[in-house]
Design a protein around this ligand. Sequence first.
Ligand code: ATP
Ligand code: MN
Length: 478
Amino acid sequence: MFNTRTKIKALLQSEPTGQEVIVMGWVRTFRNNQFIALNDGSTNHNIQIVVELGLLDEATLKRITTGASLKVIGEVVPSLGKGQKVEVKAKTVEILGDSDAEKYPLQPKKHSLEFLREIAHLRFRTNTFGAVFRIRHSLAFAVHQFFNEKGFVYLHTPIITSSDAEGAGEMFRVTTLPLENPPLNEDGSINYKEDFFGKSTNLTVSGQLEGELGAMAFSEIYTFGPTFRAENSNTTRHLAEFWMIEPEMAFYDIEDNMNLAEAFIKYLIRYAMEHNMEDLEFLDQRLAEEEKQKPQAERTEMGLLEKLRFVVDNDFERITYTEAINILLDSPAYKKKKFKYEVSWGIDMQSEHERYLVEKHFKKPVIVTGYPAAIKAFYMRMNEDGKTVAAMDILAPGIGEIVGGSQREERLDRLEQRMRDMHIPAEEMSWYLDTRRFGTVPHAGFGLGFERMVQFVTGMGNIRDVIAFARTPQNCEF
Ligand code: ATP
Ligand code: MN
């Protein structure tokens, strides 16, 4: 058996009684031909391996370079150096894999995030990305735990879909037809009857519509899977491939929906604070140093941990869209013409408006409800006023929109009317309308962008740095 190693995280917490251990990992640094800092990804902290003079020959010492992988057998002893309680006094050091120091791109110094994005296949080995991806893992686990505790059923909705009526964003087409010479109809359009599925298909932009079908039987379901949007948005908050969590609940109105979303976000943050404090502290420090480089006026007021504690301990602000517009119209920013985009009732708020509301005005997460029907999807429930719908967006400091949701229109006649108004072909959606024909109930749901949530918890400014291998316009490496 090869793997009888002790993970470095456990090792660092053990009592140094001279016990023998096997440690494996990658070299971060090697000082004075004597001290190896070894890391195996279980924690950001390295174990110090002490190689006594004379233990290894010259040739072996030369091979202990940054990035090389080692198997060390040694004794766990109290550390004389500061910063760690224990270290390993090596008995044998075996080099599992060499790493040419001349060619290895990661040096023991600070690299820019931009540079690390170009070597995303190696960046997991840095402290920053180690922390980010351990936290991402924890949050994903917490998503399942939260819903499982509440009795929600995890529904795997399809990735390939034929419904293009969701209207959530531009879609990627899925086809096996030859691009150069596709079969055509008489009118010159492409004949999708000859395509793999006998119709035109796409990658899903959202699992919601299928999620609603599940909720009409299980009462409460959630999805957690990849979604795809071919939108040409080159921002720090948009990916072409991202992960979304979409709960859908029967017997929920818009207020129940808001309560669930707020509880969910707080649960995820609390989970990370209970399980990933070391990594959060590291990122908190990192962010504080980054902030120091900025001019005073651009610095954020709260540190990362302070912000997370604040969000967990305080209620989210809840306002209507109409109130939001009035706040914007009354704002010094508006009066001084600081907004690039216009403000008036009916606009789809731009990120500058959302950020003003959360970062300048309320300084905390805000839930906005009652959006104009004209700017929202067909399935959102019409309010009594006949012009707004029971939509809710949650806006978060530093991120903007993190959740989009609504109470769904459960009344068949209203839903059909909205679909006619928005030119959505009812025949193709008959499976969806069946839920309103057979035992319809008030229901609601929302979508949380997982990467935006990871950004919020880690404080990372660019969404490309919280997903392993980002897909964005003109970029699909690895
Ligand atoms: P935005 O206005 O920011 O583009 P949206 O209104 O298109 O968002 P929804 O369709 O409501 O977003 O999707 C639900 C959630 O999915 C959003 O609140 C956000 O957290 C996330 N999301 C949407 N688009 C993207 C994207 N391109 N990359 C990453 N996350 C996204
Ligand atoms: Mn969008």
